[in-house]
Design a protein around this ligand. Sequence first.
Ligand SMILES: *Cc1c(COP(=O)(O)O)cnc(C)c1O
Length: 458
Amino acid sequence: MRYISTRGAAPTLGFSDILLAGLADDGGLYVPESWPRLAAGGTGDYVATALEVMSPFVGGAIAPGAFADMVREASATFESDEVTPLVDLGDGLHLLELFHGPTLAFKDIALQLVGRLFDHELSRRGERVTIVGATSGDTGSAAIDACRDREPMDIVILHPADRVSEVQRRQMTTVPSANVHNVAVEGTFDDCQDLVKAMFADVPFRQRMRLSAVNSINWARVMAQVVYYVVAAERLGGRHAPIAFSVPTGNFGNAFAGHVARHMGLDITQLVVGSNSNDILTRFFASGTMTLDEVVPTLSPSMDIQVSSNLERLLFELLDRDGAAVAALLDDFRATGTTALDPVLHATLGDAWSGARFHDDEVLRCIADEADRSGVVLDPHSAVGLLAARRCRRDPSVPMVALATAHPAKFPDAVESATGVRPVLPDRLGDLFERPERCTRLPNDLAAIQAHVEACVA
Ligand SMILES: *Cc1c(COP(=O)(O)O)cnc(C)c1O
């Protein structure tokens, strides 16, 4: 399998090169040259389906036995034999729980595999990297858990000091591994992101430190997320039975994986996108116009995003894989803060996609109602997905699967204020509040951060 850039001006590469590169040289995102087709069959067994779905994307880049070991090990970090269990909510509505991994959010599904893939490929090449990233919460802990104790890498994660929840902070700072380095930046999440961008833009520094990233634009992360769409279909009537999904959305990586599953042959009749008050995506699906707005903080912080980077992959498909047209559209957006799709193209979105936005008060009411109705306790992100599933569902005879992306105990304050009951952490994280923390607090200053990264890696 070869990969091409969504902007059409970067070299075509194989799987292991796009794994390590992340972003393409022309600023675009890598996508496979063609979509493999799923065969009939599938029993709902997670590991078997994962191997079948992902192998064509990996191609010959990794020995099949080694890849199978990595998939098996990554899945084994989940505290459920089914890896991603389905919960029946009645009326043909189902919850797909994606949060049984080590850090209790769906990002573990992709990152547990990507950490192993990086380790394998870097070891094979005899290379070392320094992974740097900024986090407002979930990504940092999932990336740290995926990279801890891996010989060919250090990982440095910047988070905004005093602006992430205590659970989220402790999930990062209590990891005792020598290759894990947490930095609390005296600033906002945007400051952290700007610092990371500035470190990558400093070419001598980037080369000296061999900077790398595991962010959500990496194709390998999207690929790993296709699996649970297929697994859910297998468990609910088979790969060729109609099914619908609702996805609480931030960077659009999760939702785009559903689009890939459809390309591969699943009969997905509807993909619903749920957003919080940061609703650039739901406005885009409704109007065909993408207009930048301010980011407002909500109870679902992992979706407090305005520019959904993975949307570029959908635009590439919509524009008939014309990289120059994608680049022109995004240049227009960057320059003016707004851009509009051709109305004919926008109309083609309407059948496949729908979206709905929900404010925090509706989210809290949903968490309370669902706990009363079915006893299922949702986190605020998963509640957005379920609300959108109910609002946008078109055909009640087609099963609708709402993706549950975080464990309620990851957002205990919101859940307690909705239900009156504080959710408890699963056993394996039960002593999180007693574990010692390791973290360096630094000013929002590029030189200070760079000096610290140098010292961490030395
Ligand atoms: C990251 C995240 C999301 C958003 O996923 P995208 O792939 O960025 O759209 C939703 N919920 C939770 C809990 C997350 O951590």
